[in-house]
Design a protein around this ligand. Sequence first.
Ligand SMILES: Cc1cc2nc3c(=O)[nH]c(=O)nc-3n(C[C@H](O)[C@H](O)[C@H](O)COP(=O)(O)O)c2cc1C
Length: 183
Amino acid sequence: MIFGLTDLELEKFYLILHPRPAYVIGSGSVGRDANFMAASWVTPVAEEPPLVGVAVDVESHTYGLINKYKEFTVNVLPFDKIEVIYEVGSSHGWEVNKLEILPGTKGKVVRAPIAEGAIGALECKVYDSIEAEDVIFYAGEVVQAWVDPEYFHMKRGWSIKNNPIPLHNWGRGFFQVGQFRKV
Ligand SMILES: Cc1cc2nc3c(=O)[nH]c(=O)nc-3n(C[C@H](O)[C@H](O)[C@H](O)COP(=O)(O)O)c2cc1C
């Protein structure tokens, strides 16, 4: 024991880094094979060039589509959309047309879909990737960024009180950020 901490089995290490914002990744090409999936393993990576990373399961449909087009979107949906986030995160693009669950329209630069109801979105082109056995981590160069000015202040970022960005714990569990405090 160190400071009263106890061992966690290594295969569950990631739970320590949850809850994490739950986003929706758009892939494919609108009008052809566009798809959405939920993702909480998403992180900013660099400012120069602007890079965002997402860890994608190699068994997902999204993986094949990002490989094919080398593009994706990251969509920020608010807390009142957790059911639809969960739905696109628990079904596969080869069995359902996820754009019927969550409509999307082509980006300005990329062909991948931007989700209806998104309050923010990034359009990305694959810059590099790291392959593990079960996951590929794509670093995408952000080529276009969108925000809903009702919820986003250009200098201070998000100002969401009643309907914040959902935090995914695991499985069906989501948290909601409850407080904003300045230190
Ligand atoms: C809230 C939430 C977060 C998820 N985060 C990820 C993630 O970061 N990476 C990933 O590969 N799958 C993640 N998943 C699982 C995928 O969304 C799921 O496997 C989905 O069915 C893949 O869809 P596709 O086969 O159409 O690409 C998450 C699921 C949920 C519900």
